[in-house]
Write a protein that binds this ligand. Structure first.
Ligand SMILES: [Zn+2]
Ligand SMILES: [Zn+2]
Length: 156
């Protein structure tokens, strides 16, 4: 796993306070779906549950999916503690890779703070079906989502 990405994520997520980033989560065979050549995201998300931080973000390299989605970039519970992102489909040149990873991490953490998907395609909380969606959105919460985070006491 690329350490510069983890360093970048740590700095991007520092605004959230007690968020633990778990790099190189030990990916269990039980989450593997060999016929798809992928891992079930919800199984991997569970791995982060035992850590004593307010929020825990697992970062994996394997390709993940959930439900009827061909793949997902990440998964989190709304108002939950744990989230997971996969770097598998986010690679590009260093700057692009950093931006994509930060967007998907901010997106999943936004869910843990109670945000749902946003209709604003430039908001980081819009759902990314494809890398084009990820590249098209900003690394920021729209005014509406940011206000909800402030109201929830996440941001000062
Ligand atoms: Zn989402
Ligand atoms: Zn929004």
């Amino acid at each position: 796993m690329d350490d510069f990405i983890l360093t970048h994520l740590a700095s991007e997520l520092s605004v959230f306070g007690d968020v633990e980033i778990l790099p190189r989560v030990d990916v269990p065979e039980s989450a593997h779906r060999p016929r798809r050549g992928q891992y079930l995201a919800s199984d991997l998300k569970e791995l982060t549950a035992s850590f004593p931080h307010d929020k825990v973000l697992g970062v994996v390299d394997v390709d993940i999916y959930e439900g009827s989605n061909r793949f997902v970039f990440g998964l989190a519970d709304v108002k939950g503690r744990s989230a997971i992102i996969s770097l598998n489909r986010l690679k590009g040149d260093a700057e692009t890779f950093k931006q994509r990873a930060a967007k998907e991490a901010l997106h999943e953490l936004g869910h843990t703070f109670g945000l749902r998907h946003c209709q604003d395609r430039s908001c980081v909380m819009t759902f990314s079906k494809s890398l084009a969606d990820t590249d098209a959105k900003q690394k920021d919460y729209c005014q509406f989502c940011a206000l909800r985070l402030r109201t929830a006491g996440v941001f000062p």
